[in-house]
Design a protein around this ligand. Structure first.
Ligand SMILES: [Zn+2]
Length: 113
């Protein structure tokens, strides 16, 4: 049952994104609202990639160039909702707590045949 509700809310979010492309922004927001209602009622956590698909303040699906502006500055992705002005920053670096950020000593490509 939970799975069904989950896929339903994810479908709604996907549909909402399509609606933005079609210019139906108001309708798209209704879809997002519905998707959030579903997930709240079913006590489902939306996957992070879906959570990032819409503005948490005004429920509009975020489509770069239509409802969203994206800027990358110093490895920080800045997303601005063009509908309500909501700004969110995402660090593009991987979430590693060790201090050597750029040093990757992974040589897994070296495979001896
Ligand atoms: Zn917004």
């Amino acid at each position: 049952m939970k799975k069904l509700v989950e896929s339903r809310s994810l479908d709604l979010i996907d549909m909402a994104v399509d609606l933005v492309y079609e210019g139906e922004i108001d309708l798209a927001r209704e879809y997002i609202k519905l998707a959030r209602e579903y997930s709240a009622k079913g006590k489902i956590k939306l996957p992070i990639e879906y959570k990032r698909k819409f503005c948490r303040r005004c429920n509009v699906p975020l489509v770069p160039g239509i409802t969203e502006r994206r800027r990358i500055r110093r490895k920080v992705l800045i997303r601005t909702c063009l509908i309500c002005g909501w700004i969110r920053r995402y660090e593009l670096r991987e979430n590693k707590t060790n201090k050597s950020s750029e040093c990757r000593s992974e040589n897994r490509e070296k495979r001896n045949h």
